[in-house]
Write a protein that binds this ligand. Structure first.
Ligand code: ADP
Ligand code: MG
Length: 253
């Protein structure tokens, strides 16, 4: 079942001096429910721009984005925040937890904003905190726990609303290798349970855990790798695709 459709998306930024930057030229892809997608590409290729557009945080210059059949263009500005809260979960490289809140209050934040009762919230956090192994840390503040633990709290915050789609921008980028491995194991586990995930990453290892890898180059999707079965090791294919892109670029210099 198709959950996300991205059609002919173009994004042009206008700089202060009036110069135009074509961050996305023409992006087309669809995502089925339950897919785990990695997006790779060199710095400046348009990955964050694409993720911000999927997050409905930035609008397109041309083209359409539909999540569960809802066209972003048809959502009124004053309904966007609620739409995001209901349908999307975000995980960032630098966790983005609020320092003045405990982990528990950080995780509850999207539910508080959506007017859930305390009873409901406590019921929802229990299993999630246990899976993420942060149940003993819920009363602590972000600065009192490790980066890996902060990121797991951020994952809990993203998942607590049961979003249609998780968007993650370099989620392992600021983690040590062990915490990164743990985070990827958790993503794999949520993916197994049916969660749809789109993750931007520079890490070949992280991308190799996804079910599909999209390569973005100069604002277009240049190629993709689809796992034939969930145990297939696509590490070498990802390396080859990256090397091909580097060779291509050096020829054009
Ligand atoms: P990536 O995340 O792949 O490194 P970005 O999506 O951040 O790439 O950027 C793609 C291109 O768009 C780059 O050339 C970048 O300089 C430009 N760009 C991104 N955001 C803006 C902005 N707000 N204003 C002007 N140009 C931008
Ligand atoms: Mg980026």
């Amino acid at each position: 079942m198709e959950i996300l459709k991205v059609q002919n998306v173009k994004k042009v930024y206008q700089s202060h001096k009036g110069a135009k930057v074509e961050a996305l030229v023409d992006i087309n892809f669809t995502v089925n429910k339950g897919e785990y997608i990695a997006i790779m590409g060199e710095s400046g290729s348009g990955k964050s721009t694409l993720l911000n557009i999927l997050a409905s945080l930035d609008d397109v210059t041309r083209g359409e984005v539909l999540l569960e059949g809802v066209n972003y263009k048809q959502i009124q500005n004053d309904e966007l925040a609620a739409f995001r809260r209901q349908h999307l979960g975000f995980v960032f490289q630098d966790f983005n937890l609020l320092d003045q809140f405990t982990l528990k209050d950080n995780i509850f934040l999207p539910l508080v904003l959506a007017d859930h009762s305390v009873k409901e919230m406590n019921a929802k956090i229990k299993d999630l905190a246990s899976i993420l192994e942060i149940d003993h840390l819920l009363e602590k503040y972000p600065y009192e726990v490790s980066g890996g633990q902060q990121q797991r709290a951020a994952v809990a915050r993203a998942l607590i609303t049961a979003p249609s789609l998780i968007l993650a921008d370099e989620p392992t980028g600021a983690l040590d290798s062990r915490s990164a491995q743990e985070l990827l194991n958790l993503f794999a586990r949520f993916h197994q349970a049916g969660q749809t995930i789109i993750m931007v990453t520079h890490s070949v290892y992280a991308a190799s855990k996804a079910s599909r890898v999209l390569f973005i180059k100069d604002g277009k999707i240049n190629s993709e790798i689809h796992k034939r079965d969930k145990n297939e090791d696509i590490t070498q294919q990802i390396f080859d695709m990256q090397s091909a892109a580097i060779v291509q670029r050096s020829r054009s210099l």
